[in-house]
Structure formats: structure tokens, C-alpha cells
Design a protein around this ligand. Structure first.
Ligand code: SF4
Ligand code: SF4
Length: 438
């Protein structure tokens, strides 16, 4: 760990009210300042105790403290390095090791996720049993959405009208398997905005889950493979529609910093979030009215980690007749945070419930976010309240407007993805992307 990063903290406490775990429990050691203090103790020779590991594990990695800190403390780097130390030094209980082994042996592998799809129905029926066996198993099943209809993406989707750019597209693990309709919508929107979209098959995981959990070797392996995949595809700009993946990929050069060659290859590729890219490109495709009220949720890895707040709102406000509602306390994490809601189900549940109440207070018909984890988390919290809310990705909302379809095609209730190929999705323009997308 880099001790200089720890010294940047002047203990002012400005970050405390923005930290979800401090908001929940009011404990100094569950605040950014407290955690940095523990990191300092460890650097000075204190071994990682189970209590210390507990405080680090309880951190969501939401980066609200990075946004709040006036001294520019790089808590993002600090917690990443600390998690790697925890994984190296701290011996977890056998049950916890088994659950972690299951999650990290499954989630970053799309083929394994795919093989699991048919068993989800049975797993749901066994949920109370699994919950008793281990709360993390129960949480995993409670959160899982019904997978959207599988949709094979073409290797290239051609721009509609004059070509303005050629970009690669990351398909993601969870996004690709459980929300294929989001990837299809992303490719259509990009094509309708004048981009040729290159979609290499068999992309695998970008490494986000691993890097956020201290599994640095695995993260580096996945990062190198992702870079290689897009180099071979001949693109140097990669558009990403999942906030957690995008924030990790933007830090590939730091992750691969122990090799000059790989750091240079990482720097040669530009990762952009979908909303960031579309705002930069500027709109050309006609927006059709979409009469629907939308609550936009800031995913932490988009707002805090990438500083992207204005662009998605700008895109949504550009849709005629769409009414955009702000969610109170929008900077506070919903409790999803990658695998947090699986490994820390109680805290995640409290944060999810708090977020669901704020979302409900907007009265919006549709909840929109740019991260599949947030969507699943908030939809599950809504169900616990006995309520349902339709959820959609920003890409799906734009896609519906560009194609002039009814807003009623948007959004499952977090339990199942719409495949986007239902009635009315053909649109009014007839300007349809070529490359096999409906
Ligand atoms: S990353 Fe989030 S949960 Fe962790 S210390 Fe910072 S604000 Fe708190
Ligand atoms: S992390 Fe930043 S905001 Fe928080 S106590 Fe340290 S210097 Fe202050």
C-alpha cells in the first residue's frame, strides 16, 4: 500500500455524512476517515485483524467520499490496495470462502452464467432453504432477474446515415446474460446516431468484479484479455453501458502499471460511457415523443467514480414529453455495489429500502439507471415494499424514442427483461440499423 496516499487525509470529516455505512451506523471505523486510520495502522505494522477486515468489507466502494473530499484523497486507490491485502493476509471462515468461491467462479464467466439460466426457476423455489444455509445465497437468488430472451448480437452493426465514428462495444457478463435487451438497444442507438458498432464475440469479463474485490491477479488477467480482444477488433474507442465496468476499464493503465508494455496498450484504448459518448457526439437522430415520467438513478460508479451526472440527464431531457424526476438523496448508494448486496446482505437491504422509499416519493412510472446491479437492487427493494416499478436502462429509453415506439414497451419490473422485439418496436422511421438487430 502507498503510505503517501494515507497521509493526504487531514481528518477533516467532510466525507462522513456522504458515506452510506456511516449514515447507517454512525461508527467512526465505518466511515472513510476511520477506514483510512485503520489502513495507516496496518502500514505501520498492525496485522489485519478480523474486526479490521470487517470494516473494510463493509465499505461499498461507492466513492461518495472521493467526491466529497476537499483534499483530493484517493480513497479509490486506497481501498483497492487494501482489499488486495485483505485477500492476501486475512483467512476467512470456511463458509464465507465457499460462498466467495461460488460468486467469483460464476459471475465473471458468461458461459457459466448461461448454463445456470434454466435452473433459476428451481433456485427461486428453494430460496428460503438457501437463505437458511447462508444469507448470501438467499440474497443472490432474491436479486436475480428473470433473464431476458437471448439475442445474438452481430459482429458489426452499420451506422444509419453518414458514418460519424467507429466504436467497439463491451457486452459485459451480467449485462450480456441477464439484460441482453440493453446491449441490443445500445447498439441500435449508436448506429442510429451514426456509429459503426464493432461487437467482438466471446468477450468475457472486463475484470471489474475482481478489481473491486481485491482479486488483482484475476483482474489483470481479464484486463489484458479485454484489451487484446478490442485491439484485434481494430477499434480504439470502447463504449460501455455498465457503470461498474466502465469505471474499471478507465483505470486499466493503473491496474496494469507493473508492465510498461501493457500500461501503454491500455492507454491506447479509450473507454467511454454510453451517455458520455452520445453527449460528446451530439444528437443527429430524430427524437420521438415518449410520454413517461422517469426517475433517474445515479449509479455510484458513474456519478462518483466517473463524474458522469449531467450527460444522462441531458439525453433524457432531450426526449420530447419525457418528464424527468430527481430522486432525493441521489448521492447515497443503493446498496448494490457490485457483489456487496450478496456479501453484506443486511446493510445492502437497509440501503436498498432507503433508496426505494426515495424513488417512490418521486411518483415516477419508470426507474432508469446505467447499471444492472442498481436496477436489480432497487427493484428487489420495491418488491419488499409490496410495490413494483418498471425499470429500464438509459439506452432502452433512448432507443424507444429514436424508434418512435410506445413507452409501454419499456421496462420489466426487475424480474424479467423485455427483449425489445415485442409489438411496436419497429418504429416510425424505417431507419433501422443493419447487422441483424430488430
Ligand atoms: S467508498 Fe463509500 S462506503 Fe466506502 S468509505 Fe467511501 S463513502 Fe463510505
Ligand atoms: S478523506 Fe478527505 S474528507 Fe474525509 S477526513 Fe480525510 S481529508 Fe477529510
Amino acid at each position: 500500500m502507498e503510505p503517501e496516499l494515507i497521509k493526504d487525509c487531514v481528518h477533516c470529516g467532510f466525507c462522513l455524512p456522504t458515506c452510506p455505512t456511516y449514515v447507517l451506523w454512525g461508527e467512526e471505523m465505518d466511515s472513510p476517515r476511520g477506514r483510512i486510520h485503520l489502513m495507516g495502522q496496518h502500514v505501520e505494522g498492525t496485522p489485519i485483524t478480523p474486526a479490521m477486515a470487517g470494516h473494510f468489507d463493509a465499505c461499498l466502494g461507492c466513492m461518495a467520499c472521493v467526491t466529497a473530499c476537499p483534499s483530493g484523497v484517493r480513497y479509490d486507490l486506497l481501498i483497492e490496495q487494501t482489499r488486495a491485502e485483505v485477500e492476501r493476509e486475512h483467512v476467512r471462515e470456511p463458509q464465507e470462502r465457499a460462498v466467495r468461491g461460488l460468486v467469483f467462479g460464476l459471475f465473471p464467466y458468461p458461459r457459466r452464467l448461461r448454463a445456470l439460466r434454466p435452473t433459476l426457476g428451481v433456485a427461486r423455489r428453494l430460496q428460503p432453504l438457501l437463505e437458511r444455509a447462508h444469507p448470501s445465497l438467499g440474497a443472490m437468488i432474491a436479486l436475480a432477474p428473470a433473464p431476458g430472451r437471448r439475442q445474438r448480437l452481430p459482429r458489426r452493426v452499420t451506422a444509419v446515415g453518414p458514418r460519424r465514428a467507429v466504436v467497439g462495444m463491451l457486452t459485459g457478463c451480467v449485462q450480456g446474460e441477464f439484460f441482453p435487451q440493453v446491449n441490443a438497444a445500445t447498439a441500435r442507438v449508436l448506429a442510429l446516431e451514426g456509429c459503426d458498432v464493432v461487437i467482438p464475440p466471446h468477450q468475457g469479463c472486463c475484470g471489474a468484479l475482481s478489481v473491486h474485490s481485491g482479486r488483482s491477479d484475476q483482474a489483470r488477467r481479464f484486463a489484458r484479455r479485454t484489451i487484446r480482444t478490442f485491439e484485434r477488433a481494430g477499434v480504439d474507442t470502447i463504449v460501455v453501458n455498465a457503470a461498474g465496468c466502465g469505471s474499471s476499464m478507465k483505470e486499466y493503465a493503473e491496474l496494469l502499471g507493473d508492465s510498461q508494455e501493457w500500461a501503454a496498450r491500455a492507454r491506447a484504448i479509450r473507454t467511454v460511457d454510453l451517455a458520455e459518448w452520445l453527449a460528446e457526439l451530439g444528437p443527429v437522430a430524430k427524437r420521438h415523443p415518449l410520454p413517461v415520467s422517469v426517475a433517474y438513478h445515479d449509479a455510484c460508479h458513474l456519478a462518483h467514480a466517473q463524474g458522469i451526472r449531467a450527460q444522462p440527464r441531458e439525453l433524457l431531457r432531450g426526449i420530447p414529453e419525457l418528464s424527468l424526476k430527481e430522486i432525493p438523496e441521489s448521492d447515497l448508494c443503493c446498496g448494490s455495489a457490485g457483489t456487496y448486496n450478496i456479501f453484506q446482505p443486511a446493510a445492502a437491504r437497509d440501503l436498498g429500502d432507503r433508496k426505494a422509499a426515495r424513488v417512490r416519493s418521486t411518483g415516477a412510472e419508470l426507474l432508469v439507471s446505467a447499471n444492472p446491479g442498481c436496477t436489480m437492487q432497487i427493484a428487489a427493494a420495491m418488491r419488499r415494499r409490496g410495490e413494483e416499478i418498471r425499470v429500464a436502462h438509459t439506452a432502452e429509453v433512448l432507443d424507444a424514442s429514436l424508434r418512435g415506439v410506445s413507452p409501454s414497451v419499456l421496462g420489466a419490473t426487475g424480474r424479467g427483461g423485455r427483449d425489445g422485439s415485442g409489438p411496436g418496436t419497429r418504429g416510425r422511421d424505417g431507419g433501422r440499423p443493419r447487422g441483424g438487430l430488430a
